[in-house]
Design a protein around this ligand. Structure first.
Ligand code: C2O
Ligand code: CU
Length: 480
């Protein structure tokens, strides 16, 4: 019954299933309690065990790990230029950290164990404090045993508002996740499963938006909504279609882009990616429109329903106001003077990698598999976070990363501490001036990104399929 959202491994029956599921899932509205952080006021954040109604309120609650007792964790909302202060305390039974995904901050606040800070042991605290240079949609999550810790529910949104935002009637934040449930309604505990590690990662069977399966979002005719989408799943990609609506993408990974209609009308989000989307609610009062996810073509399903209330339209024609966001202060790379780094992505099932260097030793595939490892970057297989740098750059240098995916799977590659301009895919220029912190590299694809290495420190560079990250696909980029 619950297998309808597994990825392509199982036969499809999901559309009809999700329709019948709708009848017995109590329709739940999305509730999100934002915490507005004022500059200069420390915000307490606690990681702790808790429960969440992942299977709906009619089923027993699922044991999860939470920030502040809730999944997703509290929405931290601040203004561009504010200083964020978070007084973090760990009440889990395992060590953890908080990483502020996509935020260009100083290295010692980046939340990477052994590299930027010691792990926060059970009962201990860590004070995070940094300036929010960029406006945009970001998120926070642990950086220790990420597959298990994020997979058990540790994630929350960090929204940094522009000083002059685009005009909308309302903002919504949707955190997209999936969970792998066992028959008893609890999370399956196989977080280090080698099949997942060496294939497409831990794809779950139950998809939620803000912790709720197939929720309803109540909307009003005529209103303009800014939708902030965040993919927090370990491994699942999302490809969203807004039935009978016309989404305009205005930012990716928090960074403004030229407003554009997504290719094929579908908003695609790999793990860790975000998209800010303008949606005009152009239908009539009383309508109901599913948001369909058909990223895995054989397994389309309804993610949620947009339900129009009966109120008369707020306006008859769509709001006539610009949707271009003000740019963030990103340095423009000098492509002529840029230093080029090649990054070869290797390994995984069916990938043809012969072996790789692990803790200084050249190991073959079987020896790597014995250690739970399956992937390499430029022949290097990461063990934990502490390691010599894979790539280095002088501070202030313009840099091009040319990533070549020589594996059977796609990899959303993420760099800490910087946002990069996505230049080319297989030699074709990428339109719409896109800056990201996580870029998907498809099977056999070559992707070029460029940026200025303007942030000193040791920065993690890894695949954000969390099982791949743990199975070796991570390195350090040193800026000094
Ligand atoms: Cu979202 Cu290295 O992290
Ligand atoms: Cu990967």
């Amino acid at each position: 019954m619950r297998s309808d959202r597994r990825s392509s491994r199982q036969p499809s029956s999901s559309l009809s299933l999700s329709l019948s599921r709708r009848q017995f899932l109590a329709s739940a509205a999305l509730v999100f309690i934002p915490v507005t952080v004022r500059a200069g006021e420390p915000f307490p954040l606690i990681s702790q065990p808790g429960t969440a109604p992942i299977l709906g309120s009619s089923k027993p609650a699922t044991e999860v790990w939470t920030y502040a007792g809730q999944v997703p964790g509290p929405e931290i909302r601040a203004r561009q230029g504010d200083r964020l202060q978070v007084n973090f305390t760990n009440r889990l039974h395992v060590a953890t950290t908080v990483h502020w995904h996509g935020v260009r901050l100083q290295n010692e606040m980046d939340g990477v164990p052994y590299v930027t800070q010691p792990p926060v042991e059970p009962g201990a605290s860590f004070f995070y404090e940094f300036e929010l240079t960029d406006a945009g949609t970001f998120w926070y999550h642990p950086h220790i045993q990420s597959s298990e810790q994020v997979g058990r529910g540790l994630y929350g949104p960090l929204i940094v508002e522009e000083r002059e935002p685009v005009r909308v009637d309302r903002e919504l934040v949707w955190m997209l996740d999936d969970w792998r449930m066992s028959p008893d309604g609890q999370l399956a505990g196989d977080f280090d499963d080698f099949y997942d590690r060496s294939h497409e990662g831990r794809i779950g069977d139950t998809v939620t938006v803000n912790g709720i399966e197939l929720p309803e979002e109540t909307v009003r005719a005529g209103e303009r909504v800014r939708l902030r989408l965040v993919n927090v799943a370990n491994a699942r990609f999302f490809g969203l279609r807004f039935m009978d609506h016309d989404p305009i993408v205005i930012a990716l990974d928090g960074q403004p882009c030229e407003p554009h209609r997504p290719a094929d009308g579908r908003v695609i989000l790999g793990p860790a990616m975000r998209a800010d989307v303008i949606l005009d609610m152009s239908a009539r009062p009383g309508g109901r429109f599913p948001v369909v996810d058909d990223y895995y073509k054989k397994k389309p399903f309804d993610l949620l329903d947009m339900v129009y209330d009966d109120a008369p339209p707020v306006r008859e024609n769509p709001l006539d106001a610009p949707v271009t966001l003000p740019a963030n202060p990103l340095p423009e790379p000098d492509l002529g003077a840029a230093v080029r780094h090649m990054v070869l992505l290797e390994g995984g099932s069916g990938g043809g990698m012969a072996g790789g260097t692990f803790e200084g030793q050249l190991l073959n595939l079987a020896q790597l598999a014995d250690r739970g490892k399956a992937w390499a970057l430029n022949g290097e297989v990461s063990s934990g976070h502490r390691m010599p740098p894979l790539l280095s750059s002088k501070l202030g240098q313009s840099v091009i990363f040319e990533m070549h995916n020589d594996t059977y799977f796609e990899h959303p590659m993420h760099l800490h501490g910087h946002s990069f301009r996505v230049l080319e895919r297989d030699g074709e220029p990428v339109p719409n001036t896109i800056w990201q912190d996580t870029v998907n590299v498809k099977r056999n694809e070559k992707v070029q990104v460029a940026f200025v290495a303007d942030n000193p420190g040791d920065w993690m560079f890894h695949c954000h399929i969390l099982e791949h990250q743990e199975a070796g696909m991570m390195g350090i980029f040193r800026v000094s």
